[in-house]
Design a binder for this molecule. Structure first.
Ligand code: NI
Length: 138
């Protein structure tokens, strides 16, 4: 964190009570850190919507017994090679594989990759976890 800037916020008592209860449940030590996280989240969402550069992970679960699925998913990952930094494959049980793709690049490309992965029959779950890159993370 660079220069620290302090400011006051006026809120309804009901709203701050609800917020305090919420952040206690999330184990925040104080309101400042909770509010910092809200601001970061909002800026990340903005960067995501504006088509900026993002970094994060795509997590997916699939049934590797589905015909051709493993080959199709592999081909798709090769097509998106510039966006995928690394992958981790976990054999969950006899049928299911969990794959975590670390990704970095234009948010629209990352979203497009996730959508294409999700569209395959046999892929049971896909989620994206995104952070904005660099400047908004302090
Ligand atoms: Ni597997």
């Amino acid at each position: 964190m660079g220069n620290l800037y302090r400011f006051g916020i006026s809120l309804d008592k009901d709203l701050i009570d609800a917020f305090d209860e919420h952040i206690r449940g999330r184990n925040y030590q104080n309101r400042s850190e909770a509010i910092r996280d809200l601001i970061r989240e909002e800026l990340t969402r903005k960067q995501w919507n504006d088509g900026g550069s993002v970094a994060g992970a795509i997590t997916m679960m699939y049934d590797h017994h589905k015909r051709e699925l493993v080959t199709k998913l592999m081909e798709l990952q090769h097509d998106y090679q510039p966006v995928i930094i690394s992958t981790q494959h976990i054999h969950l049980d006899h049928h299911h594989c969990l794959e975590i793709l670390a990704v970095r690049g234009e948010s629209s490309r990352v979203q497009e990759l996730a959508d294409k992965l999700r569209a395959h029959i046999g892929v049971k779950h896909v989620s994206i976890s995104m952070s904005a890159t660099a400047e908004h993370l302090h």
